[in-house]
Design a protein around this ligand. Structure first.
Ligand code: SIN
Length: 179
C-alpha cells in the first residue's frame, strides 16, 4: 500500500510522532497507533496559537518540542499513508516544520519517523515565561478549535493515560486549575 510517486512506485507509510493535540485528537486516518518516545527533546508550552487555541490579536499557548539532551518525551506514533501529510501540514501550519526523528515504539522497537516541531524563533514562537503568566494566558485564550484550557487538560489527561511524567505540563495544569 502507499500513495504513488511520480515514477509510479508506491511511497511507504510513515510513522508520525504526536506529542500535543495529535495524541488526543487524531482527526486523520492511520494504519496503526502505538505509544512512542523521542530522546533529546522536551515538550514545552512555548508556541503561540493564532489559529486553533487563540486568535491573531490574542494568541493562546500550545506545545512544541525544544532540544533537551538526555531527556525523553512520551507521545503517540501513528503510521500513516503519505497523502495524509496534506491534512497534517495544514493543521500544523502555524510555525511547525516536519523534522526527521528516531522513535522508540512501545519502549522496545526503533523506527524512523517524523515529528512536527515549531522551532525556536519561528513567527509564532513565544518562548518561556513565568508559570503564572503562562497560566493566565491559557486561561483567557480561545480560538476556532476551542478553549486553551481544554487543550492543556486534554493533553495532561492523555499523558496520565500513557503513564508519562511531565513536570512542565502537570505544573502548568495545576497553575491553571488551582487559581
Ligand atoms: C503535536 O501534537 O505533535 C504537535 C502539536 C499540536 O498539534 O498540539
Amino acid at each position: 500500500m502507499g500513495s504513488a510517486t511520480e515514477d509510479g512506485s508506491a511511497q511507504a507509510p510513515v510513522w508520525v510522532f504526536g506529542y500535543g493535540s495529535l495524541i488526543w485528537r487524531p482527526d486523520f486516518p492511520f494504519l496503526e497507533r502505538r505509544p512512542a518516545t523521542v530522546t533529546g527533546w522536551a515538550r514545552r508550552f512555548w508556541q503561540g496559537s493564532h489559529d486553533h487555541r487563540g486568535v491573531p490579536d490574542a494568541p493562546g499557548r500550545v506545545v512544541t518540542l525544544v532540544p533537551a539532551p538526555g531527556e525523553t518525551c512520551i507521545g503517540m506514533a501513528y503510521r500513516i499513508e503519505h497523502a495524509v501529510f496534506d491534512h497534517l501540514d495544514y493543521r500544523e501550519k502555524n510555525g511547525y516544520e516536519r523534522v526527521a526523528v528516531s522513535l522508540t515504539l512501545d519502549g522496545t522497537e526503533i523506527a524512523d519517523g517524523v515529528v512536527y516541531i515549531a522551532p525556536v524563533g519561528n513567527h509564532a514562537f513565544l518562548g518561556d515565561a513565568p508559570m503564572e503568566e503562562m497560566a493566565r494566558q491559557i486561561r483567557r485564550s480561545a480560538g476556532p478549535s476551542g478553549n486553551n484550557v481544554d487543550y492543556l487538560v486534554e493533553l495532561a489527561d492523555a499523558l496520565r493515560a500513557l503513564g508519562a511524567r511531565d513536570a512542565h505540563v502537570f505544573a502548568l495544569e495545576r497553575a491553571v486549575l488551582e487559581n
